[in-house]
Design a protein around this ligand. Structure first.
Ligand code: CXF
Ligand code: ZN
Length: 370
């Protein structure tokens, strides 16, 4: 079929919204008509080259919609099913999936190349050339063909524009607090960076029983919004956060800190490690540029204060278990999704959406399809 898509042709340019050719689903794949796609910072990482990937690539990895056709051999989904697309597929059979770590599924190996796991052949052609689908999804298009491992069935009553956010930002943030940081009742938690992922780390920390949640962000609008999601305090930078946490905890410092800035960098590690107490943990969820390898870290404190520094992808969550569970929390009014969406755009406005993100105007921008 012919459809529209936002394609990246060259680094540090902009998304080109153009007509592309999309193939029918093959064995194990489904065609999904999307209702919405979130604008996550990782697509910006693709544009800047922080995440090195072969181009052209159709962007977008945070989508939800309705299954319109199924290929041969698909047995987990039917036409008409409402689905959220997970930015890492979960095959259910590899060592990671079968040991409860679907976020590390072996099918994720081609996440960044965007080459379909089903048969290694591009499903999309742009200007006659094979194009990848970012995170094996490519949700900057009203139609996607994805492996059934990337699609999770959800209840029909959940609004799809809200559900889309659970495909990356919500689950990543929530899981960073609940699973990666293992926030416990009574904890003091610092969340560094309050965009679409950070706000959900705040929600996850609140649901896990944190007593104090300190939101750190230089943008006043984001610090204000953080209180809507459960932050109890805020600070504009790590220096101010240290003074605040020190005073709030009578010098014991925080139990957990979660880095969810738009871009991770080595110079964030030492000041964030200094926010946590003996036996505390720092989780790095933000993505750093591929070539970034310099980190300042007090190894003395790491050992003597038994501190823990941990990376996390997809919030260390299991998409097939956690995404429907998060949507249940939303339905029960215990986790906010509506408030995450600051502005909506048409596909043609995708570059405006990213400019608004760069300008710090959005918690989440969302593309709505027809
Ligand atoms: C990213 C993580 C790095 C690979 C692409 C997707 N996560 C989501 O935003
Ligand atoms: Zn994302």
């Amino acid at each position: 079929m012919r459809t529209q898509a936002a394609v990246l042709w060259e680094l540090n340019t902009s998304w080109s919204v153009e007509e592309v050719e999309l193939d029918d689903p093959v064995e194990g794949e489904v065609l999904v008509k999307l209702a919405a796609s979130g604008l996550c910072h990782s697509d910006e990482h693709l544009l800047t080259g922080d995440i090195p990937a072969p181009l052209p690539m159709v962007g977008g990895h945070e989508g939800a919609g309705i299954v319109e056709a199924v290929g041969p051999g698909v047995n987990s989904l039917s036409v008409g099913d409402h689905v959220v697309l997970a930015f890492i597929p979960a095959c259910g059979r590899c060592p990671s999936c079968s040991s409860g770590h679907q976020n590390l599924c072996d099918l994720g190996a081609n996440l960044v190349t965007g080459i379909p796991v089903s048969n290694g052949i591009h499903r999309i052609r742009a200007k006659g050339q094979g194009a990848g689908a970012f995170c094996l999804l490519g949700t900057f298009s009203p139609y996607v063909v994805v492996n059934e491992a990337s699609a999770v069935k959800i209840d029909d009553d959940i609004p799809l524009d809200k559900a889309a956010l659970v495909g990356c930002g919500v689950t990543t943030g929530y899981g960073s607090a609940v699973y990666a940081a293992e926030v416990a009742p009574g904890d003091t938690v610092v969340v560094v960076g309050c965009g679409g992922v950070g706000m959900n780390a705040i929600q996850g920390a609140r649901l896990a029983g944190a007593e104090r949640i300190v939101a750190v962000d230089p943008v006043a609008f984001k610090r204000e919004q953080a209180s809507v999601f459960g932050a109890t305090h805020s600070a504009p930078d790590l220096g101010a956060a240290y003074a605040l946490v020190n005073q709030l905890t009578w010098g014991r410092l925080a139990d957990k800190a979660i880095i969810t800035t738009s871009v991770a960098s080595g110079d964030l590690i030492a000041p964030t490690m200094s926010l946590i107490s003996k036996g505390g943990r720092v989780v790095v969820t933000a993505v750093a540029p591929f070539l970034q390898s310099d980190v300042q870290l007090s190894l003395f404190e790491l050992t003597l204060f038994q501190k823990d520094l941990r990376g996390s992808i997809f919030g260390s969550a299991n998409p097939r278990y956690d995404m429907p569970r998060i949507l249940d929390l939303y339905r029960e009014g215990k986790l906010k999704l509506d408030e995450l969406i600051t502005r909506t755009y048409s596909l043609a406005e995708v570059n405006q959406g990213y400019q608004d993100m760069r300008d710090g105007k959005n918690i989440r921008g969302v593309i709505l399809f027809e």
